[in-house]
Design a binder for this molecule. Structure first.
Ligand code: THU
Length: 139
């Protein structure tokens, strides 16, 4: 694995320590690598009404966007699940919209890493292009 990805996995593990998951007890950490080399960490933050909970991946990317970064290479995600932790549907859409076809690194309990492209996780994604096409038509 690329050395920059090894660091990303370590940062995702560190981010998991900050997980706030008193309801599910499912702790998740994410680390997002921007094209300029910066890493944005994120964890899941749960809310008592459940639905307002935010996943680790979205915490990381919203942090990055709010700091002015818009170009990304990869995101690593870890949890205490012995298997791999795939992103939920909402995170797939958000990552595809805001980061595009980046590498998604899933880490299992043994530290084995599986890398998938976002397009593999969300084929046939809806996106800005769909909105633009209808705008052109109605002009
Ligand atoms: N969760 C994440 O943070 N990322 C994922 O990829 C899967 C699920 C969180 C949301 C919730 O706090 C808990 O895991 C259980 O669903």
């Amino acid at each position: 694995m690329r050395p920059e990805y090894e660091k990303l996995v370590k940062d995702a593990l560190a981010a998991k320590k900050r997980a706030y998951a008193p309801y599910s007890r499912f702790r998740v950490g994410a680390a997002l690598l921007a094209s300029n080399g910066k890493i944005y960490k994120g964890c899941n933050v749960e809310i008592s009404t459940y639905a307002l909970t935010i996943c680790a991946e979205r915490t990381a990317i919203f942090k990055a966007i709010s700091e002015g970064d818009h170009h990304f290479k990869a995101i690593a995600v870890v949890s205490d699940d012995p298997g791999y932790t795939p992103p939920c549907g909402a995170c797939r859409q958000v990552l595809m919209d805001l980061a595009g076809n980046i590498d998604f690194l899933m880490v299992n309990g043994k530290g084995k890493v599986k890398v998938l492209k976002m397009r593999e996780l969300l084929p046939h994604a809806f996106g800005q292009k769909n909105l633009e096409r209808t705008r052109k038509k109605s002009r």
